[in-house]
Write a protein that binds this ligand. Structure first.
Ligand SMILES: O=C(O)CCC(=O)C(=O)O
Ligand SMILES: [Fe+2]
Length: 383
């Protein structure tokens, strides 16, 4: 769907998407059966690694993630005991076929780098700048050096880069397996944020550790290079969720900025039409509602399995999904250092489009005034 720029300019992002605040429902709850997880994770607990256990029905990362939800008395127990406890709970809620599907989903993500090469296409404004072939994996720290090197090369070619388009994700949808679990356990879903009524927070589903890995090994190395001015190199926390759109669900998403420094938006599927993202310039708090300049207009059509990486302060929205169902995975990555520093910095001109324009205008006026002054002086008769 094409955009009429002037109409777009009237739509201003009065909203910052914020995550819904905790309803305390962070584990498997309301069960009469013996094994239960805690409502909230113990953030201080350092979980065991289960990486050496390859024959499990579930990913080792899932166990590491769930461990923080174990009852306090179990946290220092043996790894076998903890494993047994968590397996019991997980097996209770998933059929054989679901387990295979979930395992495949994790494997796809973990093996992306090993199996084949993928394409990263990099967009600036509305055209593809270049294509690079690279193995991408959220899982391997060795990869992060490689990702960073490629990112640096790309930045050298195009210092104005604003969007990164990644074709590197499995199409398999997490959405396929969560509804049954939710119904059976009477799980109170935490909605992803203040603007989406459909979808759920993924960190509640034992995916927190895996998504942390995605941020650390995959998003941060790229953001360090592409988005350093908004804390790209110090991303240290995330909010991960899925959103769903369709004619019987939320149709569209209003113009907004995210509560993140860098956002990863992966299209998981399924079949749909519409749902394009529209981007309209990066803005600081002060200028969040300022006018869009024509060069800031950029539209992006979602493709299942592809992702975009953008600054959270890049104003955007999603057009209506006109048929089918669209499911996207969002990872809002944040930097506590950047947020702390921002409190003391008044000047956002190194990343806000409007601050930059104001600065340029001040410089232009000052040069014009100096010129005028010089002309006047030159025009004066010498005594
Ligand atoms: O629907 C989309 O793809 C965009 C979602 C989004 O911008 C958000 O959740 O912050
Ligand atoms: Fe957003």
């Amino acid at each position: 769907m094409s955009v009429d720029g002037s109409a777009e300019r009237r739509k201003q992002p009065t909203q910052t998407q914020t995550p819904s605040t905790g309803n305390g429902n962070c584990g498997i709850s309301s069960m009469s059966l013996a094994n239960r997880l805690r409502l909230n994770p113990n953030k201080e607990h350092k979980p065991d690694s289960y990486d050496d256990l390859h024959q499990l029905e579930f990913s080792p990362l899932l166990f590491s993630s769930l461990e923080r939800y174990l009852p306090p008395t179990m946290l220092n127990g043996s790894r076998d005991l903890k494993l047994q406890y968590m397996r019991d709970i997980l097996l209770r809620y998933s059929s054989e076929s679901e387990r295979t599907r979930v395992r495949k989903w994790f494997n796809d993500i973990e093996n992306t780098g090993r199996r084949s090469s993928h394409t990263i296409s990099l967009y600036t404004r509305s055209y593809t700048l270049c294509r690079l072939h690279s193995s991408l994996s959220p899982h391997f720290s060795k990869q992060s050096m490689r990702i960073q090197r490629i990112a640096l090369e790309v930045l050298w070619l195009n210092p104005l880069l604003e969007f990164i388009h990644l074709k590197c994700f499995s199409r398999t949808s997490v959405n396929c397996y969560y509804p049954r679990w939710v119904i059976e356990t009477n799980f109170r879903i935490m909605r992803p944020n203040t603007m989406n009524r459909y979808g759920c927070v993924l960190d509640d589903f034992g995916l927190e550790t895996m998504l942390d890995k995605v941020m650390e090994d995959f998003i941060r190395p790229m953001s360090r290079v592409f988005f350093p001015e908004v804390g790209g190199s110090t991303l240290d926390s995330h909010h991960g969720f899925v959103v769903e759109y369709g004619t019987d669900k939320d149709a569209e998403l209003g113009f907004h900025v995210d509560d993140s420094e860098v956002t990863l938006n992966v299209c998981l599927g399924k079949q749909f039409s519409g749902g394009e993202l529209f981007f309209r310039g990066i803005r600081c708090d002060k200028h969040v509602n300022s006018e869009t300049q024509s060069e800031e207009i950029f539209d992006y059509s979602h493709v299942p399995g592809h992702a975009v990486l953008h600054r959270g302060r890049h104003r955007h929205g999603a057009r209506a999904t006109t048929s089918g169902c669209r499911v996207n995975l969002l990872l809002w990555c944040r930097s506590s250092v950047f947020r702390e520093l921002k409190k003391y910095q008044k000047d956002s001109s190194n990343w806000c489009g409007e601050c930059q324009r104001e600065k340029k205008e001040r410089r232009r006026q000052s040069i014009a005034a100096t010129k005028l002054e010089l002309l006047k002086r030159d025009g004066k008769p010498t005594s």
